[in-house]
Design a protein around this ligand. Structure first.
Ligand SMILES: *Cc1c(COP(=O)(O)O)cnc(C)c1O
Length: 385
């Protein structure tokens, strides 16, 4: 290992997961959510694997993420769904990025960009069916449809998608799931009546959790994210046959003997209760190892699980090895698929009271992503790798 730590990304696992989700999707298309650097896995290499495994489209939150995909040579259709004032819409249209709109104000900005560039903006209209985050409230939906249709008649925009997002698809049986589907059906009906739901218009609603549990929510396309990276969207229901793609490893730094009663790291939250061996692991909260992991998360070192001993620092933390041997340079595994006895991302999330999405997306830019089982020979490499 040329660097003190690395995140190994198994692209074959991503391909396996995408193929499995594609099967779950029935005949629906699959749009792979690759926002946030493909959930920390490295944008372009992960996106390539997703496409190779059968996804026909990609989705990002921000336009700049979509532009990064284009710069990396990715040619698949891309939708960016989180558009805020000042986003580079001209560049987006020039790069053939599809855009989501939730209100007439944003529609106006997209219209202006389309007129400036002379390109027809391909639009996905988002309905708020009950998450109260992005999306047009149903009360304003008709106005948004009318505005978009007027621009469509001029050739300024083309409505290509009608979509929404679940708030609680990962909580099976939550009453909002059926309520949101009902609201989505209403939004679609209004769009049909208005003439905005032609047969080429893609209807999409399902994230990972809905893809694996709600066949009726698949419509024309599913939009999984977390499951593609092998992390269960509903851990209580098992792993759905998914394979975790990321393994986070570090080389042990300093290994040393210390006497009983040694206070370890900031604030001396951990004090050795015997003479023991401490090992330094060169990853810290600047790399996404939450300070909250202090005394909570485990790593695999020298063949055994060890709790993080004392405060996680910015660049490093300590583990207590007892009388076990470990040498500087030996590999410490923070998490992985679990095959070798290492903790999983799911365990980290459980121990830290969060979800797996947060663990993998926080792995920082100092940690190079190293790709295993790469198939494509594209020159596109992750900016952050
Ligand atoms: C993140 C996101 C997804 C994917 O969600 P997962 O829970 O990771 O499957 C799908 N659609 C939208 C709009 C998102 O923001």
């Amino acid at each position: 290992m040329a660097t003190p730590a690395q995140a190994r990304v198994d692209l074959a696992a991503i391909r396996h997961n995408v193929a499995l989700l594609k099967e779950r999707a029935g005949g629906a298309e699959l749009m792979g959510a690759v926002k946030a650097d493909a959930y920390g896995h490295g944008l372009v290499p992960a996106a390539e694997a997703v496409i190779e495994a059968g996804a026909s489209r990609l989705g990002t939150a921000f336009v700049r993420e979509a532009l990064e995909l284009r710069a990396g040579g990715v040619t698949a259709p891309i939708l960016s769904w989180l558009i805020t004032p000042g986003e580079p819409l001209d560049e987006a249209l020039d790069a053939d990025i599809e855009l989501s709109a939730s209100d007439t104000g944003l529609l106006g900005e997209i219209e202006a960009a389309a007129r400036r560039t002379g390109r027809t903006a391909r639009l996905h209209l988002e309905a708020d069916t009950g998450m109260s985050r992005g999306g047009s409230p149903l009360a304003a939906w008709q106005g948004l449809l009318d505005g978009a249709l007027k621009l469509q008649a001029e050739g300024v925009v083309e409505i290509v998608g009608l979509w929404s997002h679940f708030a609680c698809a990962d909580i099976p049986g939550h009453p909002s799931i059926e309520q949101q589907q009902e609201a989505y059906r209403t939004a679609l009906k209004l769009a049909e009546r208005a003439g905005a739901a032609g047969s080429h218009v893609i209807r999409h609603l399902a994230n990972s959790a809905a893809t694996v549990t709600l066949p009726e929510a698949r419509y024309d396309l599913v939009r999984p994210g977390i499951a593609m990276y092998g992390l269960s969207p509903i851990p209580e229901l098992g792993d759905f046959g998914l394979r975790p793609a990321m393994t986070l490893v570090a080389q042990a730094g300093l290994v040393k003997r210390v006497p009983e009663g040694s206070g370890v790291s900031y604030a001396h939250l951990y004090v050795t209760d015997r003479e023991t061996t401490l090992g330094l692991v060169p990853l810290g909260y600047a790399d996404g190892i939450l300070r909250h992991a202090t005394g909570r998360a485990e790593v695999l070192a020298g063949g055994r699980r060890r709790l993080i001993a004392g405060r996680v620092c910015m660049d490093q933390f300590m583990i207590d090895l007892g009388d076990d041997a470990l040498s500087a340079g030996d590999e410490v595994v923070l998490f992985g698929p679990g095959d070798g006895g290492e903790p999983t991302v799911q365990e980290w999330a459980d121990n830290l009271g969060t979800i797996t999405h947060e663990i993998v997306t926080r792995i920082g830019s100092r940690v190079p992503r190293v790709y295993e089982h790469r198939r494509s020979q594209s020159t596109g490499t992750s900016r952050r790798a």
